[in-house]
Design a protein around this ligand. Structure first.
Ligand code: AMP
Length: 431
């Protein structure tokens, strides 16, 4: 077995799990999976410092599914505590996928929805439970939930659990569940608070850290273009991509529609053989095949939305182009982190339209630096902003200002009847 390409069959997982892994399209374990799965299977407590997107969920789910093995009794034997309803449903979905060939009964409980169906489901018997702290404690206090059979307890996204003020509830939960059990804690970052939680929760834990190298990756250069509108973005994209240096490039777009349009445009310009498009409407196999072809160097450009790219092992690219500024700010770090690995250096280029400026500010705050601005090259045609696009942008900007200042009346409404100033002229002056 090559250490570069280890396989899931190297782990002590049963056939049911291996088949589900294969159905899910996972070919190789990710770094955290390689490190964590054998340790968790061996029964130790574990602290995993890893961000979303590293495959950390399957890193704990697979051993949990393996160890809880089959349906038994009525009360849960594994409990996964997560901060949000979204994450709860996501983890359940992931678990249903990986546990589909087992008879394990899995459920998720979270607030914001009726409690009755959750009570009914628990009463039918559950082997593995995913829960947000508040709803879980409600169910426990009302005696719908028995926790004395818990053998494995997982705190996922622990730093967010603490950020959201769940510390007291977590302490309570730790007081209720049996002392003797296997404990796992996953957090995107390490901090004093996480250290304290680790000390109180884990017994001589193995620590696995998947470095968020992206934050510090010096080999990745970043540049930013202020671009007035979609057409100019497209012109600039085409200009950049004609440079041979862009040899293995991902173009990230905010929406499926943009990804599809840009992808088609690029297919026309560079030939269908050079481009693949992945977004949420493409099935997992199509996405995996696209990524495979990209990795193999069969295609030069991959156009993707974040959602589609998340979780796919797209590493080692020469360039990342953010056709749009990502709205999930962490995604900026994830996106640019894909460059500059096997390639000695990687470049990331971000296009920022006027309605993106708000998000750009937040991203710059998150990464703690200003992204250097480049001027749009003279050869690139700067197109007029169509009125409709201009209006949409203005409306979005109004919404952003209102978010920060609820008193803000909205410049857009004030300009009734008057054609709003297009962004083009403003940008021209700056450059
Ligand atoms: P996570 O970091 O757990 O949020 O996982 C992010 C995404 O990676 C999910 O969409 C998983 O389905 C996907 N994923 C997890 N493990 C693998 C793997 N070994 N190969 C490909 N995709 C994976």
């Amino acid at each position: 077995m090559s250490s570069d390409y280890p396989s899931f069959s190297g782990f002590k997982l049963n056939k049911q799990l291996l088949s589900a892994i294969s159905d899910a399209g996972f070919e190789h374990p990710t770094a955290i999976q390689q490190k964590a799965i054998p340790q968790i299977l061996a029964g130790v407590d574990l602290l995993g410092i890893a961000q979303t997107g590293t495959g950390k969920t399957a890193a704990y789910l697979l051993p949990v599914l393996m160890k809880i093995k089959f349906a038994q009794g009525d009360s849960p034997r594994a409990l996964i505590i997560v901060p949000t309803r979204e994450l709860a449903t996501q983890v359940l979905e992931h678990m249903n996928k990986l546990g589909k060939y087992t008879d394990l009964r899995m459920a998720a409980v979270y607030g914001g929805v009726g409690i009755k169906p959750q009570i009914e489901q628990i009463e039918k018997g559950v082997d593995i439970l995913v829960a947000t702290p508040g709803r879980m404690m409600d169910l426990y206090s009302a005696e719908h939930l028995v926790l004395k059979k818990i053998q494995m307890l997982i705190l996922d996204e622990a730093e967010r659990l603490l950020d959201m003020g769940f510390k007291r509830q977590i302490d309570k939960i730790l007081g209720i569940v049996p002392m003797k059990k296997q404990n796992l804690l996953f957090s995107a970052t390490m901090s004093d608070r996480i250290q304290l939680l680790t000390d109180s929760f884990l017994d001589r834990p193995v620590v696995i850290r998947i470095e968020p190298e992206r934050r510090t990756a010096k080999s990745v250069s970043q540049v930013l273009y202020h671009v007035p509108n979609l057409k100019t973005k497209t012109n600039l994209l085409l200009h950049l991509l004609t440079d041979e240096a862009f040899r293995k490039t991902i173009i990230f777009c905010k929406t499926k529609a943009t990804a599809a349009n840009i992808g088609k445009y690029m297919e026309r310009k560079f030939g269908e053989q050079q481009v693949r498009i992945i977004h949420g409407n493409k099935d997992q196999n199509t996405r995996m095949n696209a990524v495979k072809a990209f990795h193999a160097g069969e295609i030069r450009f991959l156009v993707a939305t974040d959602v589609a790219a998340r979780g796919l092992d797209i590493l080692e690219v020469s360039h990342v182009i953010n056709f749009d500024v990502p709205l999930v700010y962490e995604d900026y770090i994830h996106r640019i982190g894909r460059t500059g690995r096997a390639f000695q250096t990687g470049d990331s280029v971000t296009f920022c339209s006027p309605n993106d400026e708000y998000h750009l500010k937040k991203i710059q705050k998150l990464i703690g630096q200003k992204i250097p601005v480049m001027e749009i090259p003279a050869e690139v045609e700067i197109a007029e902003t169509p009125n409709e696009e201009n209006q949409l942008m203005l409306r979005e900007i109004d919404g952003q200002r209102k978010k920060d200042d609820p008193e803000f009346a909205g410049a857009f409404q004030d300009k009734k009847g008057r054609k709003p100033q297009p962004f083009l002229s403003q940008r021209r002056k700056r450059t």
